[in-house]
Ligand binder design. Sequence first.
Ligand code: AMP
Ligand code: GLY
Length: 440
Amino acid sequence: MKILTIGGGGREHAAVEALHKSGAEIYAVMKNMNPGIAKRTAKCLLCDEKDAEKICRFAKENGVGYAFVGPEAPLEAGVVDALEKEGVKCASPTKAAARIETSKTFMRELVEGHGIKGNLGFAHFDNAADAEKYLKGIGHEIVVKPVGLTGGKGVKVQGEHLHSFEETMGYVREIFDNNIGGAGVILEERAVGEEFTQMVFCDGKRIVPMPLVQDHKRAYEGDVGPNTGGMGSYTDSNHLLPFITQEERAKALEILQDIVDAMAEEGRPYRGAMYGQFMLTVDGPKIIEINARFGDPEAMNVLTLLKTGFADICRMMAEGSLSGDVEFQKKATVCKYIVPKGYGVKSDSGHEISVDESAISGCGAVAYYANVDMKDGKLVTGTSRSVGVVGVADTLEEAEANCEKALKHVKCDAMFVRHDIGTRALVQKRVDHMRELRSA
Ligand code: AMP
Ligand code: GLY
């Protein structure tokens, strides 16, 4: 099976590795030369990942039958629609289906309109004056979000990033003044609890779950600092997380199935990986966001564990014939991203980075290249996350230890890592937090 992949990050490297393992012949489109992806491909095209014309030409020239899109920007640009017109079957959503991610207002209104559980109070604004009036009238904490895409970095939460009415309005104005996200502002009720990611494979009708993952959005240890695309993530060997029950997870899956049904009813059938980010509250899981793709870093955790051939899964998602027997190893994983110094505020990029893949493998871990590039024969860091290192083992503790051992085999003089991710202390903090909320 010939498959085109779009994207040059850690998530896409993990997808390419899984496709390679399942015998696919891979043609990759990416904007940076990711050496992990390049190693596994028949041919690479370096170009803007939103350039539908170039991508379609590359697919046609190489007789590619299927495609998988990693990031959200090409989905929003309609690359899937263009490929499908050329007869390439896509294991990723069309522009219309990707609206579930590309417009946060569309998502909230869909969930509300179809009476789906797990919604949060929300209001959409086209100007700062209306948002100000609304803010003056509410008595609870809110979250400020640009409605459109911001690469996971546009959300600010009252009580965490915003500490007064003035600060909140300052950020609302900043979004309008700079047209951040390009589609207005949504103010949402703040949910309190523990976050988790439930991703599913979807073929337009059916969903098949992946293991639960917990991401770490804040840039610095102890969950402080600006929000990022995600600094690292873990999964547990039973595919749950230590603070969530099977019943609570089932509720999240029911919400995702209802969303998929609603999308089909609205004439926007959803195919591809769907990413549900939830806050587990004392009233059950609440939707934080729905993304039209795999999460990054979460894809690195789950695709490392995938036993079923990913090429087959992509074919079934694209053809609407997903079957229920997708299997994952019953192991724990801990992923920590090596990021450039300053990441989350202003990255210090362009530094040489070296990755000793075989030493990493000897530690019970795997490295996925992300926003790195080849310059004058050297591997250098870009402004986004550089390399994801995933420790794998029977228990979370061992997986974390493997990840830490492996991290020593990545060298760069301007990098940092959140070493607290997946540690017993941080995981216990999550469990204790949830226990406190439940007993209050
Ligand atoms: P997002 O980019 O939508 O994933 O948001 C980034 C982070 O902001 C999430 O991971 C949450 O920690 C936080 N967040 C977003 N929306 C809410 C909400 N309604 N209530 C509480 N926290 C939120
Ligand atoms: N890790 C969060 C995301 O991919 O959106």
